[in-house]
Write a protein that binds this ligand. Structure first.
Ligand code: Q46
Ligand code: ZN
Ligand code: ZN
Length: 301
């Protein structure tokens, strides 16, 4: 197979675009897709300070790499969840990545803050680990961005993640989530920061190819808590459809963003947010669900 642009031997084939590229032109394609996402949603500009939430996996490290390589001001935020073995290994990758590029990195340790890792916190609060994890990540994204003076938090969510979330939300008719599912979430209250997903146009496979071509050393193993997650099944089903009809995932997600989301957003009532009495972050209740979960787990606040 030959590169569509220059005719040299291709290193990456893209079925959904019915094309193939050499290394140089694949990187050009990749940067072009990120640029298109950033411009379409006005995610950030050159003078913005971006905080990239990094897990050590390929998506978030590839995102950080793209932003640095294309001249943005981007620091990393690593949240150490205190998951024995996995957290140490993923943190090592992130620290090595930042050191090699001389990039700024903020690290928050859940265990240092609460005396418990996310798994034990969830067990003591009698809640699912991933939902407790989600609450804390959101809290730390906002808090660290505010404290560090960043304008925006960027996450490595890709096309597969977003399509799987969309499928899950549709299967359960989560109209509230459907109204808010977008590559950009504006800061809708004080103490909140804008959140963006610049990789939403790129598939997991495409990002893996980028990571290999850029020699990014990432952690291949998944978080052990992800085992059995519904989203993995949804991704698998969407990949089956993609095999039969390349481009299905992109049509599904982009079609929703262009034609479907607004209908859900229009039906949503505006919620009144107030500051949590304990941590000050915006919530609909007097005390936010993160603080309530910590209390249930017996953590002193
Ligand atoms: S990190 Fe956290 Fe994920 Fe691990 S505990 Fe669940 S939510 S699976 S993206
Ligand atoms: Zn080429
Ligand atoms: Zn709170």
């Amino acid at each position: 197979m030959k590169c569509r642009k220059c005719g040299q031997p291709a290193v990456v084939a893209l079925k959904r675009h019915n094309t193939a590229f050499c290394r140089e032109h694949y990187l050009e394609f990749f940067y072009g897709q990120v640029d298109r996402a950033v411009k379409a949603y006005r995610m950030f500009a050159r003078d913005d300070r971006i905080l990239v939430a990094v897990s050590g996996g390929k998506d978030s490290l590839a995102l950080w790499d793209v932003l640095l390589a294309t001249g943005y001001q981007a620091d990393g935020l690593y949240i150490d969840l205190g998951i024995a073995g996995y957290s140490e290994r993923s943190k090592e990758k992130v620290v090595a990545f930042a050191r090699a590029r001389g990039a700024g990195l903020r690290v928050v340790s859940v265990r240092e803050k609460y005396g418990l890792g996310i798994r034990e916190l969830a067990r003591q609060a009698r809640r699912a680990a991933c939902s407790v994890c989600g609450l804390h990540k959101r809290y730390f994204f906002n808090r660290e961005a505010m404290e560090g003076g960043y304008n925006v938090v960027a996450t490595g969510h890709n096309l597969d993640d977003e399509a799987a979330t969309l499928l899950g939300n549709l299967l359960n008719w989560n109209t509230g989530y459907l109204a808010r599912q977008a590559p950009l979430l504006e800061a809708s209250a004080p103490n909140l920061v804008r959140k963006v997903k610049p990789l939403y146009r790129l598939t997991e496979k495409e990002i893996a190819s980028y990571a290999v071509l850029r020699r990014i050393d990432y952690i291949v193993e998944e978080c052990p808590m992800a085992v059995g997650a519904r989203s993995i099944l949804y991704k698998h089903l969407l990949n089956r459809l993609e095999e039969v009809s390349p481009g299905t995932k992109a049509r599904f997600l982009f079609g929703f963003l262009e034609k479907g989301r607004e209908a859900f957003a229009a039906g949503e009532e505006e919620v009144q947010l107030k500051a949590c009495a304990i941590c000050g972050q915006p919530t609909t209740a007097d005390i936010c669900s993160r603080c309530r979960t910590l209390r249930r787990a017996g953590v002193k606040l």
